[in-house]
Design a protein around this ligand. Structure first.
Ligand code: TRP
Length: 342
């Protein structure tokens, strides 16, 4: 089945798929979740260091390539995180507490929330939030099949912007955010603080956040994870140009660009770039964008934290790290945060 056009799927479609759960989808009023935004893209391409918003990676092909990345030998993140979840979901469920509504930010599959929801005591609701209606459909269907009694309220929205939470039944004693996959690492520190504030607002007093954080480690290991031998990451990075061609009528020639992922020690992050191999010009929505040979488009950051760095960042955002779970090799962590008291 192809992805339905974003934002166009109706509530009835989801209900037809999952009649018993009574699932209904909320869509952000600004229609976010809809395709690439011309102004935002052109503005990024006009800066001295050209950049593109990373959310455009995830069209149907991009999502497939990302799935492939998650299974790569070099890409330790997903394996490590799933290992921690499988071994420690019971403890995480305990930290979340009984009658908790779980809000997942960026829910492209059910596999991470499921082990948690299965172990939570009387989970009050599950709210998957994703930019892709296609992902939401699948997630709602799978959770509905595995946990038929659970109230599922999908929200189709870009979680980097404010969005309204659906009205949850009064049964939720508390709310907690779930943000796996080290997506927090794709935010700058400033954006991460903004995200913490939004979650605190959405989850209210006593709310929590369970977040996946990739840990600082040997630079060769880090760079290998983003430069796989099969070239899946390169294809994923280059795919953003095809998305702009299709959605904005741009005329990028992906063959003129090369994938580059390097660790930037000053910022403690892997930086993903697309390097132009020749001087040339591209048209994006009627605007000409010129490239020098060797000039790059910055497409993504993947920040790597020590446990201390991350605790300090959380504290700056008014959150306190209450629990940390890691794999035996300490590659990755899941951390439970709560609003600091006072
Ligand atoms: N959250 C993932 C990460 O930081 C995203 C990611 C993995 C990614 N590989 C990528 C983003 C390649 C852009 C390009 O690891």
């Amino acid at each position: 089945m192809g992805a339905p056009p974003n934002g166009l799927i109706t509530q009835q479609v989801i209900e037809a798929m999952n009649p018993k759960a009574g699932v209904s989808v909320s869509t952000a009023a600004d229609g976010s979740g809809a395709g690439a935004n011309l102004q935002e893209s052109v503005a990024g391409l006009r800066r001295p260091q050209k950049s593109l918003p990373c959310k455009y990676f995830y069209d149907e092909r991009g999502s497939r390539l990302f799935e492939e990345i998650c299974g790569l030998e070099e890409y330790y993140l997903t394996r490590a995180e799933m290992g921690i979840l499988d071994a420690r979901a019971g403890e995480m469920a305990e930290a979340l507490g009984a009658d908790c509504a779980l809000i997942e930010y960026g829910s492209s599959s059910a596999r991470k929330a499921l082990p948690l929801l299965e172990r939570m005591e009387r989970p009050a609701a599950f709210v998957p939030v994703d930019i892709s209606m296609h992902h939401l459909e699948r997630v709602a269907q799978e959770i509905g099949e595995r946990l038929p009694g659970l109230a599922v309220h999908p929200v189709c929205a870009d979680f980097s912007l404010p969005f309204a939470l659906p009205h949850l039944n009064g049964r939720a004693a508390r709310r907690a955010g779930f943000f796996p996959g080290s997506t927090i690492g794709n935010l700058t520190r400033k954006e991460a603080l903004q995200f913490f504030r939004r979650v605190a607002q959405a989850c209210g007093a006593g709310g929590g956040l369970l977040v996946g954080v990739d840990l600082m480690k040997d630079v060769r290991r880090l760079e290998a994870a983003y430069n796989d031998r099969r070239g899946a990451t390169a294809a994923f990075n280059l795919n953003i140009l095809s998305v702009l061609n299709r959605e904005l009528g741009a005329d990028f020639r992906p063959g003129l660009f090369r994938h580059r992922a390097r660790f930037n020690p000053a910022e403690s992050r892997i930086e993903m770039h697309l390097v132009s191999t020749a001087a040339h010009a591209v048209r994006v929505g009627g605007v000409e964008v010129r490239f020098e040979a060797g000039e790059t488009i910055h497409t993504e950051n993947c920040h790597k934290y020590t446990l201390g760095d991350f605790a300090a960042l959380a504290a700056q955002g008014g959150l306190e790290v209450r629990k940390v779970w890691t794999d035996p090799a300490r590659l990755f962590s899941l951390q439970y945060l709560e609003a600091a008291e006072g």
